[in-house]
Design a protein around this ligand. Sequence first.
Ligand SMILES: Nc1ncnc2c1ncn2[C@@H]1O[C@H](COP(=O)(O)OP(=O)(O)OP(=O)(O)O)[C@@H](O)[C@H]1O
Length: 677
Amino acid sequence: MSTTTHAPTPAAVPTPEPTDEGDPRLAVGAPAWLATFNVARVVSAADLRVALRLGRLTGEGDDRVLLAVALAVRAVRSGSVCVRLADLDSLRRPEDEESVGVDTDHLPWPPADEWAEAVARSPLVAAGVDGPDDRPVRWVGGMLYLDRYWRDELAVRHDVDGRLTAVDLPVDDARLAAALDRLFPAEQDSRQRLAAAHAAHRRLTVLTGGPGTGKTTTVARLLAVLHDAARPDGAQGPPPGAPRVPGSVGAHASRPSGLRVALAAPTGKAAARLQEAVRDVVSRFDDPTDRDRVGAPIASTLHRLLGFRPGSTTRFKHDAHHHLPHDVVVVDETSMVALPLMARLLEAMRPDARLVLVGDPDQLASVEAGAVLGDLVNRSPVAPPPSAPAVLAAADTALVDAPPLLPDEVDDRSALSNGVVRLRTVHRQDQDSEILPLAAAIKAGRADDVLALLRAGDRTVQFFESPDGEPDDAAVAEIRTDAVDAGARLVAAARAGDATGALAALAEHRVMVAHRRGPAGRGRWAAQVEAWVEEATDRPATDNPWVAGRPLIVTTNAPDVGLYNGDTGVLVADGDASGVVAVFGDPDAPVRVRTHRLPPVESVHAMTVHRAQGSQFRRVTLLLPPETSPLLTRELLYTAVTRAQEGVRVVGSEAAVRAAVAHPVRRASGLREPLGP
Ligand SMILES: Nc1ncnc2c1ncn2[C@@H]1O[C@H](COP(=O)(O)OP(=O)(O)OP(=O)(O)O)[C@@H](O)[C@H]1O
């Protein structure tokens, strides 16, 4: 489109070097002014193509508007829900490693006011909350959204606000008081008790905390409280032979209390961990009645809970018209739930059902758009504080003297108005481990402390410092020892057909990286680990991918076989000499899948930190990218470090560590603030 009168003339535009006309990253035929932003890698060719097409369809000829639309497309690609046009800093930030160092300051950015005005009156754009419904892009409060994400954000906002402002749910007060006393008896349980009291009365509880703060323990105890004190009226339990509801607790749709509970997590791995951990806590309850009430919960992926139907026009069986039957839905690892999936979950829930979102907002968010958990935790208060006496009493005990720990944190009382209960005390016993203090220092942005803890180099935390990020011989030798130890155990168990042993070995050690490609990327390290393990286990070179001992990661959702993107497993020997079967999930209850039924899989000798979310490994090796990498963020470092149960080894430069700690992810969305004009 070159009919515009709003763009500077091409001659006035400084053209960044180099421009290779055969480069597929460059948009062919884009107007010169817009192409400048593509050459500088501010927007990709694909972003521009979408914007130009929408411009043609709606008759929009202003290049400034088309640039804004291309930026909204880019925003979603990089995890934001929308783009703030006034936030030039983030617009200028390089998107990938190849864009690092490109001068974006001298690009012909439109003046902010004129740009906003042009966007607001464009035929392509619906301006304001009440703007027309049929435009592909929406402009609200200085933010530009692709319409689909606008709708999802609005839906989440309405559903969450509705839950936060609704009247209290009926509870048997005497039973609640007794159950809270029984299940949360100690002073140090006070925040956990508050979470349970809140979940009994309110329709949305957001339970957050770092590793080891007792989130899973609280979920298990909270379920016991709800089964006791929040039974549906007159419920006597399901009739004999009642059908089982997927994702529900126990072997039936509901427990004897009549309360139908679903446990879910975004990935199969996280669901398996949740199920195992909750059952473990329940088995240790003092009171056998509490144990019976909660039973042996089954956790499923969120996709399975909602009835994911690939390829159908209505993607989920449960939606606004076909609500989930459950009275309580608990979602773990909520930091990994992207905005669209959160919108689907909320719309699928009965308005009077309780939703408990559990997670650590300091972890990396989903690769898809949105950081819903972080937004919900840090919202300005939208509702008055809860008024139920049990919640007030629990809050008075739990929230004394608790100023915000971080500069931009909402205080605990305001957070409670938004349904948020933060667990702050680490209960995990391992006093000698430096992993949790390291995680705390990363989270608080204290780079000097992070480096001091890394350099102190105890049994649990190691730092192989290398100015260029390349591990030296000593580091390589150590990584090799861990990789070969775990790999050899994995292969031996797999060749012996021992699914439990193979899955346990899979969680022994993991190499983690930030990038998929490049010298510090997954490709290089996966090949390296594979070669080490092959050599150590005398595996004959073969092109056959179906060999016992190959660790796998699923790369798409396959609900028909119960596997989901990100699930990890391993091929183990089965039957005759050449037969293998894939095993996934909990080592103590492996799920077996024949290879011909497997969805697309890759080998998983090394993985990106993003992929590792929701999993834990006994030992973790993290290879940091160069300090200029745009993927090097505080959340990446925090997530990698907190995946380790017993030991973490970090390889990289001081500058890379500092860059990570200094850069919390900033994902644009409107959810934190009141709805703009
Ligand atoms: N109130 C409590 N009093 C004493 N110990 C507790 C309490 N809550 C939890 N713990 C103990 O702390 C440890 C960590 O608890 P839990 O696994 O529930 O934490 P988490 O937040 O779910 O951790 P992660 O996110 O790392 O899985 C467990 O050993 C648990 O028994």
